[in-house]
Write a protein that binds this ligand. Structure first.
Ligand code: ADP
Ligand code: ADP
Length: 226
């Protein structure tokens, strides 16, 4: 079964920009899928529409066998990691990680346990009482991932989460993301404008242009020389 199915998906912003143009795409269960393309081609809009942060103007989105096109973000089994991580600066690492669990009304003790367990998986145990301002870029990125992972979403949406890291941390983060996919089997949709990143990470790549999918396939299929 497909994890995510998009049919005829269209997004026109109020200013008239057609960011998604009758797009069709299927992403398989457990796949690490990259959306690649130049700035402005619609990658972020597509991700935000899957997440429910943008309302589609037409077409539909299914997650698993559920039609989610008109469901708000909280009713979709997805978690999104933003480019700038969007951590809460006044909360500790533990509170940041536990935040989505609070939204889901998990009790205090359950939240603390889950946050500790997730922090442990991501090597953040020693940092639970710090605030984001006291962390390196790589550590902040891991907290953002931990916050997204804590509620075990079926689908993981990543918007260029590695672009603010230096080369060494980026490599570390790539290895780490692949391990998550292997061990947890989550479906990951990853936005990047970096071809090398897509090649290094993706099972399949969709190359976007002007709100449409120009090409989709494995890295070898997409980057094969004619
Ligand atoms: P990408 O992520 O590939 O850079 P975006 O999805 O951010 O592309 O943008 C696609 C197009 O939609 C661009 O032309 C962009 O300027 C426009 N756009 C994005 N967000 C908005 C918005 N909130 N309002 C109006 N236009 C937008
Ligand atoms: P990205 O390229 O990573 O998508 P952008 O810098 O294009 O990021 O956009 C940053 C923010 O500005 C996003 O929230 C996007 O929705 C919004 N945005 C982008 N283009 C426009 C636009 N033409 N009008 C209004 N908002 C926009």
């Amino acid at each position: 079964m497909s994890a995510i199915t998009m049919r005829d998906l269209t997004k026109v912003y109020p200013n008239g920009v057609r960011a998604l143009d009758a797009l069709d795409l299927e992403i398989a269960d457990g796949e690490f899928f990259a959306l690649l393309g130049p700035s402005g081609c619609g990658k972020t809009t597509l991700l935000r529409t899957i997440a429910g942060l943008e309302v589609a103007s037409g077409g539909d989105v299914h997650i698993g066998d559920r039609a989610v096109t008109n469901l708000p973000p909280g009713k979709r089994d997805v978690a999104m990691v933003f480019q700038d991580y969007a951590l809460f600066p006044h909360m500790t690492v533990q509170e940041n990680i536990a935040y989505p669990l609070r939204i889901k009304k998990m009790d205090r003790r359950g939240r603390a346990e889950k946050a500790a367990e997730t922090a442990d998986e991501l090597g953040l145990s020693a940092l639970l009482q710090r605030r984001p301002g006291q962390l390196s870029g790589g550590q902040q990125q891991r907290v953002a991932l931990a916050r997204a992972m804590a509620c075990h979403p079926q689908v993981f949406l990543l918007d260029e989460p590695l672009s603010n890291l230096d080369a060494r941390l980026r490599l570390e983060a790539r290895t780490f993301l692949k391990r998550l996919q292997r061990e947890l089997g989550v479906t990951t949709v990853f936005v990047t404008h970096d071809q090398a990143e897509a090649l290094a990470l993706a099972d399949r790549i969709a190359v976007m242009e002007g709100g449409r999918i120009r090409q989709v396939g494995t890295p070898t299929e997409v980057f094969r020389r004619p």
